[in-house]
Write a protein that binds this ligand. Structure first.
Ligand code: PCA
Length: 221
């Protein structure tokens, strides 16, 4: 039998963190597990919200599944709409403890690694297409310095230092809070799960079909 996951899209979410009961990235990725988008099967997995563990799990998944593309999702509470990350930076600097109490401050993720890596997702095409569909979306210039950026940097470092990993595109997308998470935070932005799932489905399709190639942090159409 053919390896049925060959050429899949690996979609990851994170477990809840920071005292939350849920994480939109976990809910959205699980909702899309097994879906076929643009002829490609989605394999969804949840990552621990723990600095080193999260990247170890992700790199293992990339090696095992040999996906065609990797899209990591995370929660960015307080942000409005879907934010597509442009760049991962080589630093851990936690303002709150991860789920094992780890709290690295000013620590490089990879000693002597490059300062940053660009996303290789077609970030401008994704944002444009989401906006056309009426979704609030923007390019974000920072994935922060917590576990999401850590995972994003580790992914891009792995991809660029292992010639055997042949990914068409890889990157990170932050999702806003779900409505139930802002009940105790009046005035904060949120987006219902149904809309988040539809938006991520759409952005995966754009990632798989867009002609845009990401060059040096800009977009070449
Ligand atoms: N968001 C955090 C880590 C896990 C998540 O969903 C972040 O933005 O770093």
């Amino acid at each position: 039998m053919m390896n049925q996951d060959r050429g899949c899209v690996l979609l990851t979410g994170f477990e809840p963190f920071g005292g939350e009961a849920i994480n939109p990235s976990d809910e959205v990725s699980r909702a899309l597990d097994g879906a076929i988008i643009a002829g490609t099967r989605i394999v969804a997995r949840v990552l621990p919200c723990v600095f080193r563990d999260a990247s170890t799990v992700l790199v293992d998944l990339v090696e095992t599944l040999r996906p065609r593309a990797v899209i990591c999702l995370g929660q960015a509470g307080g942000r409005n709409g879907i934010t597509v990350e442009r760049v991962a930076i080589n630093i851990d600097d936690a303002r709150l403890p991860d789920n094992r109490g780890g709290r690295p401050i000013d620590e490089p993720i990879v000693t002597d690694g490059p300062v940053g890596y660009w996303s290789t997702l077609p970030i401008k095409a994704i944002v444009e297409d989401l906006r056309k569909a009426g979704v609030v979306a923007s390019v974000s210039q920072t994935a922060g310095t917590f576990v999401c950026n850590h995972v994003f940097y580790s992914l891009m470092h792995h991809v660029s230092t292992r010639p055997s990993v042949n990914l068409a595109s890889a990157g990170f997308v932050h999702l806003p809070w779900l409505p139930e998470q802002v009940r105790t935070r009046p005035g904060e932005p949120s987006l219902p799960l149904f809309d988040q799932v539809a938006a991520v489905r759409r952005l995966i399709e754009t990632a798989l079909t867009s002609e845009e190639r990401h060059i040096e942090g800009g977009a070449e159409q």
